[in-house]
Ligand binder design. Structure first.
Ligand code: MN
Length: 477
């Protein structure tokens, strides 16, 4: 504890006192939980304000402490973060259980979380919070375990993936999957272990061969095996009719090198040693994944007919793949600002530019520069509105969307039979623009069929194609 700064020590004292009379389901004093969240945030290399907010994250919701107390003691930034975390959990409590969401709304919930987490550090605290809750899930009754695990699998792990926090995604998904489907989990865990045992020998040989070849070319590298997550194996098997012979990345080797040019050089060396499989070369360096992930993947067949996936990337790409956004706060703090000054920024896909902006801001904060906090409040979905069904399901639509857009998003069966619409309880016209937060009730009648005039009462391509499809079907009759 001695390495804690005075501010951090003060936060610990404050949280300990506030949670004094509270206990976790495990019987331990409640403060164990915020302290564990603190530790996770430190491991992720987060800045001090985030760590302090992590220590205090449950105080405003669950104790007598107020935001004002926190602001007075630790400043606006910490108070802002704690407020964000509190708002997120309040928003979530207002929603129904994940079991009863419409299939579409799970992804919307994810978006909503991102939209609510104005400062991405709020989401990172939330993820650390959820991770610790998952790690200690065994103390809860089975029905709660399942509920939390399911939500983590369907909302939090994908969120980690979106932020390219690879290690977190794997840990969350596997921890949750164990509770969601314990039998399947055990079966697959066993399967992977057996597979690894039989593969171990030939893998050793491959490692030797490739190491020698790289040394010969005087390439600096680190080589490591990567463990496939049980949940991602489960997903892949489902896609391939449970045929394990079609899973080509059960064995994967990572080669981490100094720079991008060397990545391509290594790709050439790998292919000169082993036969690449047709259509299995993926260049995520030239074309990064949506979440910013970069690496070259190639699947090869070795001389003794073993199938191995190679993943080739630079150190920075590796760091970003494992820790994602959290890593950038730490790893890029100088580098990003340095490169930024020099105008040298490694390009990110445009949908991730907000991450870069955030990195920049975080770096400035860490340098002790003044940052306009309002600028930190990203409005990631400025062009979207969130509206509700009467049951409380959330759908997001583009700004300017009309009731028929909403109806067709719910289901084409609903869209095709729209009679009228109630917006916030009032009968409204089908030309009425929807607004953020509206509660929309679609009234249907079996006798109603789509009309061509409806094409003027929509703005989404989805509704357009559904209406055209139905009009066609009607004309054919
Ligand atoms: Mn908590």
């Amino acid at each position: 504890m001695s390495k804690d700064s005075d501010r951090v020590k003060k936060a610990i004292a404050m949280a300990t006192k506030a949670h004094e009379s509270q206990f976790r389901k495990t019987g331990e004093p409640y403060i164990i939980h915020p302290l564990a969240v603190k530790k996770i945030l430190e491991e992720w290399g987060m800045d001090e304000d985030t760590v302090i907010a992590g220590i205090l994250h449950d105080t405003v919701e669950d104790t007598n402490l107020t935001l004002k107390d926190i602001e007075n003691e630790f400043g606006e930034s910490v108070a802002f973060l704690v407020d964000g975390v509190t708002k997120l959990s309040t928003a979530r409590n207002g929603m129904r259980d994940i079991d009863t969401y419409l299939p579409e709304t799970k992804d919307n919930f994810l978006r909503l979380m991102i939209a609510l987490g104005d400062d991405i550090r709020v989401l990172i605290i939330k993820l650390a919070d959820r991770l610790h809750n998952l790690r200690t899930l065994s103390a809860l009754p089975p029905d709660k375990q399942k509920k939390i695990a399911k939500e983590s699998l369907e909302v939090f792990a994908p969120l980690a993936d979106r932020l390219n926090m690879g290690l977190l995604r794997v840990e969350m998904a596997d921890l949750s999957f164990k509770y969601v489907d314990p039998k399947r989990y055990d079966y697959l865990k066993d399967l992977i272990e057996k597979y690894n045992k039989t593969a171990a020998k030939s893998l050793k040989k491959i490692e030797q061969e490739i190491s020698e070849a790289l040394k010969k070319e005087k390439i600096k590298f680190t080589l490591s095996g990567r463990v496939k997550s049980i949940y991602s194996l489960h997903r892949k098997l489902a896609k391939h009719d449970q045929n394990i012979n079609e899973i080509y990345d059960l064995t994967a080797l990572r080669i981490i090198v100094e720079d991008v040019t060397t990545c391509y050089l290594v790709l050439g060396i790998v292919h000169s040693l082993y036969m690449p499989m047709d259509g299995r070369i993926k260049d995520y360096i030239a074309m990064p994944k949506q979440n910013g992930y970069q690496s070259i993947h190639t699947t090869v067949i070795t001389k003794d007919k073993h199938i191995v996936e190679f993943q080739i990337r630079t150190k920075e790409m590796h760091e970003f793949a494992e820790h994602g956004l959290a890593a950038s706060f730490y790893y890029n703090e100088q580098k990003v600002t340095e490169n930024y000054k020099k105008g040298k920024i490694e390009h990110l896909p445009t949908n991730l530019l907000w991450i870069q902006e955030l990195q920049m801001t975080a770096a400035k904060l860490r340098e002790g520069k003044k940052v306009d906090l309002k600028k930190l409040k990203l409005n990631l979905f400025a062009d979207r509105i969130f509206v509700y069904t009467p049951k409380g399901d959330i759908l997001d639509l583009p700004k300017g969307a009309l009731p028929l857009d909403f109806a067709y998003r719910l289901h084409s069966e609903i869209g095709d039979h729209v009679m009228g619409v109630k917006i916030n309880g009032k009968m409204s016209n089908l030309n009425t623009k929807l607004h953020h937060g509206d509660v929309i009730e679609i009234l249907t009648s079996k006798n109603q069929i789509p009309k061509s005039s409806w094409l003027d009462k929509i703005i989404t391509p989805h509704a357009r194609s559904k209406i055209l499809h139905s009009l066609n079907a009607i004309n054919k009759k």
